[in-house]
Write a protein that binds this ligand. Structure first.
Ligand SMILES: [Zn+2]
Length: 431
């Protein structure tokens, strides 16, 4: 069915468009954009006072299927994404078993086609079994549909292997995403090492654990002339390394999560295990550096690192709880409230960092833009809508989110994937 979005403020950073326009969607594609469109038989959506943006893309999501379906499944993770305003997600391979082979990559793609309301793009592991010993068959995995490679949850410890992965990624025109962490430096740490880890009596993860690997990987990427994407950048030192690497024209991109931009290690006073995350929440100084990095373009992308865990797993003492924040349903409102509505960054920059740039980095050609012929993936925002975070309304199977009860201004109100309204779930609901 045709969809006609009337009178929305259409913002498309890829073309510089920012105007009140009508937008017509047919057969999964954007077919017309102009100031006034009349189309017989189209379902009309009044988008006046709303923002029409290219569909948001979360390039760092953990769907937990196969193997840990009690935390999340492809279907529930996709519903959570749709509610959070995302039209596409890239899912990390540290499932059980890990996604290191064609069969599993194809399984995720076919299950997603059947059961997911958003588009799902699998990321495969860099090393077999995620063991850090030998490379996966990257060419076969790209052929099967993997959009990137990562051993997320850990770094590739062996520098020679990492160098080879970067070299192979080039002719395959694919991307290596690194979770930068030297586990020997992290040791048994559970929070950022600093004043508050001593105060709260919890063992610390030093910033050097992240920074040494960021430095190593940018050096290796330079040598291989390959792209490297740094996942969840969290420390001031890591920001400085990425900034320097970019100045030297090394092909590095980086992402940051809402929680690393908003929360600090001082919040761990509550010993709330939903605040336990890897990399850990850092100091105020680190947070200031991250916000500056967003403003300056040192950080390219917002990603949620959506990491669902069951209440049973998180409802234990702090040292024993798993790392991870369930963030895909709160990411957009947090960023709109804390960055856009407070004028830290422009709305256009926000959209660029959550749609345009992730599409470019992942090579999703028909996504992340609003133009005739592009996929009809759209995220509609109401910048004035006030919400109160309530984990009990989550579509995710899990609830481990530290923003419970927060009042936020700005929210996604409609998510359209391939011309289909996937959120609100009953699309008759008013915006
Ligand atoms: Zn990670």
């Amino acid at each position: 069915m045709k969809l006609l979005l009337k009178n929305g403020r259409v913002i498309d950073p890829s073309s510089g468009k920012d105007a009140k326009l009508d937008l017509l969607v047919d057969k999964g594609k954007i077919v017309d954009i102009k100031s006034r469109i009349v189309s017989k038989g189209a379902k009309v959506i009044d988008a006046s006072r709303l923002i029409v943006a290219p569909g948001f893309i979360d390039m760092h999501v953990h769907l937990r299927e196969p193997g840990q379906e009690d935390k999340e499944t492809i279907a529930t993770g996709a519903l959570a994404a749709a509610k959070g305003g995302f039209t596409s997600i890239a899912c990390m391979p540290n499932t059980d078993p890990v996604n290191d082979n064609r069969g599993l990559t194809e399984f995720i793609i076919s299950e997603a086609k059947k059961r997911a309301v958003v588009d799902v793009f699998p990321i495969a592991t860099i090393t077999r079994g995620q063991k850090g010993e030998e490379l996966t068959d990257m060419a076969d995995l790209v052929d099967a549909g993997a959009v990137a490679f990562s051993d997320d949850g850990q770094s590739v410890e062996n520098s020679q292997l990492m160098r080879r992965a970067l070299e192979y990624s080039k002719p395959l025109n694919t991307l290596i995403i690194e979770h930068c962490e030297d586990k020997n430096l992290s040791g048994d740490g559970v929070m950022h090492e600093g004043y508050y880890s001593y105060l709260y009596g919890l063992s610390g993860i030093p910033a050097s654990s992240e920074e040494t690997i960021v430095a190593r990987d940018t050096i290796l990427a330079q040598e291989a002339k390959a792209n490297i994407h740094i996942a969840h950048l969290s420390s001031k030192g890591a920001v400085e390394i990425v900034k320097k690497a970019k100045k030297k024209k090394i092909k590095v991109t980086a992402e940051v999560t809402p929680h690393h931009l908003i929360l600090t290690d001082s919040h761990l006073k509550s010993y709330d295990t939903s605040l336990k995350v890897s990399p850990p929440l850092r100091s105020e100084e680190d947070v200031r550096a991250l916000i500056q990095a967003v403003k300056e373009g040192v950080v390219d992308v917002f990603a949620s690192d959506h990491a669902p865990h069951t209440p049973d797993e998180k409802d234990v003492e702090f040292n024993k709880a798993p790392f991870g924040i369930n963030g895909i349903e709160t990411a957009v409102s947090l960023l709109l409230d804390k960055l856009v509505n407070k004028n830290v960054i422009s709305l256009k920059k926000f959209i660029r960092m959550i749609s345009t740039t992730p599409a470019l980095i992942l090579g999703l050609e028909n996504k992340g833009k609003i133009c005739v012929g592009a996929d009809a993936d759209l995220t509609i925002l109401n910048l004035n809508k006030e919400i109160v975070v309530d984990v009990n309304t989550f579509k995710s199977k899990s609830r481990n989110n530290p923003f419970q009860g927060w009042k936020l201004k700005g929210a996604p109100v409609m998510t359209i994937v391939g011309g289909k309204i996937v959120y609100p779930f009953s699309s008759s609901k008013s915006l």
